[in-house]
Write a protein that binds this ligand. Structure first.
Ligand SMILES: [Zn+2]
Length: 594
């Protein structure tokens, strides 16, 4: 017999505590205090109650909890004195059958870690899917976390402890995030396509219209058909579009989706989560034979990241009528024009066909987008979901500083026109200027001395500028100051300057009614509501130009790291996200009944 929430909510205190036995290693007080908050509306609410208890318990109690855990593959495992729960987890991760070499290596890491932090290394070894991390992943994580600052690492241990408790709780309740697991597996499956030079290194890179990109699109088409979409196709810019008809043929549509291209050596969930979550909802509708009073149009945007061509938001921009005709003649690093890449992909590559993608907003209710947070906020707060209030404004430049290449030995410091030093000076200024705002950010992410030599003063320096702020006015002020400083620096140093604006996006505040729908959806799951701005740009900011929009964020693991292979999220959080999306669909259905 598995446990039910009703049972737990109705049990007397001693019985309820017994029902939750073993969730937190040798620390029943956490469940005990959380149980005071009964009745729980959902498992998510119970999980969060326990998270809150530990957050308020103070550092000493937190450290005691961490120290109550056994070492990974440590002496307790060898002497078989682990708790039943720990034994189960370490077995599932294959730690009970290490080779002598692996075992010795883990022992050495345990010793190093303990010396540095004074507590044992804690990792939810059953991982984000609940099925167990590979030994190789465990060892890599162990090695990486050895370099963390102490306070950060203590918090990371606590987050892992909550994840361990979440899985143990699921086991007790016989709960498996079946839909979340499926969505997680779809991501894993799609990540097998990667551009060749990256694939060789086991890295994920999918840039616009490469073979890997087209393989992703083909997979999405198949997956959408399997989910029960009525119409599925690839449009003139390579977007994958699936439409699930509404009850009436002339019904308006809800537009949703995100991008499937990636940055170089990126994560598996950035963008793709926003395609797969609504696909899972349509699959459920289809299986139930249910039609809504509106159609659901899910778009896998072909291009958002601006990696192969300088054309960020190309996919969503085509839907808003903002495809720049000059892009077709742009060349990638190998000299392939976008037109040629499109033709190679079997797309018409004509302005007429691309212009025809522009959507008439009167046919749509609005746009919603689900996205992995790509930041540490939800992870730090131990919250699975967050509702976005606004997407920050941004602007990007590609620049070239032109000085004079000269002999590094014979050119006195006072006679140099060093292009790289000018950019270095700008970089330090940009850092201070953005920090002064508190919530602005400025980044020089590309910095290159083309054809540079160890004994040559840099004659040229190519660099990028990426500036973002919560409002257009704040971004404009930041941009003005940084460009003025750049010109002053170049003038003083005798450096020539070329700047090219490659992207400018206005701040995109969420439409209040749509934000409220996400808020109701999150609240209905028993998850505490957290509202937050988006520091990253998303396709929703393009659609914002023509229709109301609002976004939902999902917590990332590994302190929310993104644009990095460590990007991760759990199948439990994905399941909550699918449920939130379904709730939003239900709300819309109720609103549009008449
Ligand atoms: Zn993204």
């Amino acid at each position: 017999m598995t446990l039910t929430l009703q049972q737990l909510n109705g049990a007397d205190p001693a019985e309820a505590l017994r029902l939750l036995d073993g969730l937190y290693e040798h620390s029943p007080w956490i469940a005990e205090q959380a149980l005071a908050q009964r009745p729980f509306a959902s498992l998510a609410a119970l999980k969060h109650a326990m998270v809150t208890v530990l957050a308020h318990a103070g550092v000493d109690a937190q450290l005691a909890l961490i120290r109550a855990h056994p070492e990974l593959a440590g002496k307790a495992m060898v002497s078989q004195s682990l708790t039943a729960e720990s034994t189960n987890e370490q077995t599932k991760a294959g730690l009970t059958n290490c080779t002598p070499e692996e075992f010795a290596h883990i022992q050495q890491l345990n010793a190093q870690y303990n010396t540095r932090f004074g507590f044992p290394f804690i990792l939810a070894v059953r991982g984000p899917r609940g099925t167990g991390l590979a030994k190789r992943e465990i060892i890599a994580t162990f090695e990486r976390r050895l370099g963390n600052p102490v306070d950060f690492e203590r918090a990371e241990c606590l987050r892992n402890i909550h994840r361990i408790a979440e899985i143990r709780l699921n086991d007790k309740f016989g709960f498996e995030p079946v839909v979340g697991n499926a969505v997680w597996d779809w991501h894993e499956d799609l990540s097998r396509h990667s551009d060749p030079e990256f694939a060789e290194r086991g890295e994920l890179t999918v840039t616009y219209l490469t073979d890997a990109h087209r393989a992703c699109a083909a997979d999405l088409v198949v997956r959408m058909r399997e989910c029960g979409f009525d119409e599925v196709g690839i449009d003139a810019v390579g977007n994958v579009v699936g439409r699930y008809h509404g009850a009436a043929p002339d019904a308006p549509a809800l537009l949703t989706g995100s991008h499937f291209d990636t940055v170089r050596n990126g994560g598996k969930y950035d963008g793709r989560l926003g395609i797969f979550v609504p696909m899972a909802c349509v699959k459920q509708l289809h299986e139930a034979g249910k039609r809504l009073p509106f159609a659901v149009e899910v778009v896998g945007f072909a291009e958002e990241e601006g990696q192969r061509y300088k054309a960020t938001f190309l996919g969503s921009g085509a839907l808003t009528g903002h495809f720049n005709p000059a892009w077709l003649d742009q060349q990638d690093a190998d000299g392939v024009t976008m037109r040629a890449a499109m033709q190679h992909a079997g797309l018409p590559a004509t302005l007429g066909s691309i212009g025809a993608l522009k959507r008439d907003p009167s046919n749509y209710l609005g746009f919603v987008e689900v996205h992995i947070e790509q930041g540490p906020v939800l992870n730090e707060m131990d919250l699975p979901l967050g509702v976005v209030t606004s997407i920050n404004a941004s602007v990007r430049y590609l620049c070239e500083a032109i000085g004079m290449a000269s002999h590094a030995g014979t050119t006195p410091m006072s006679r140099r026109r060093d292009a790289a030093s000018a950019v270095a000076e700008l970089e330090l200024y940009a850092e201070q200027r953005a920090a002064a705002d508190g919530d602005s950010v400025a980044t020089i992410g590309m910095l290159q001395v083309p054809g540079g030599s160890i004994n040559v003063v840099p004659g040229r320096c190519l660099f990028s500028l990426d500036l973002r702020a919560p409002s257009n006015a704040q971004r404009d002020a930041l941009e003005r100051d940084i460009l003025a400083q750049l010109r002053a620096i170049c003038e003083r140093r005798g450096i020539g300057l070329k700047t090219e604006e490659t992207m400018r996006a206005a701040a995109a505040p969420s439409a209040p009614a749509w934000q409220a729908r996400w808020e109701r959806a999150v609240a209905a799951l028993g998850v505490p509501l957290h509202r937050m701005p988006s520091g990253a740009g998303h396709d929703a900011m393009k659609l914002h130009e023509v229709m109301p929009q609002a976004m939902l964020f999902v917590r990332g693991q590994n302190s929310g790291i993104s644009h990095n292979p460590l990007e991760s999220t759990t199948s439990d959080d994905m399941e909550l996200c699918v449920n939130a999306f379904s709730h939003l669909l239900d709300q819309l259905a109720t609103e549009h009944k008449h």
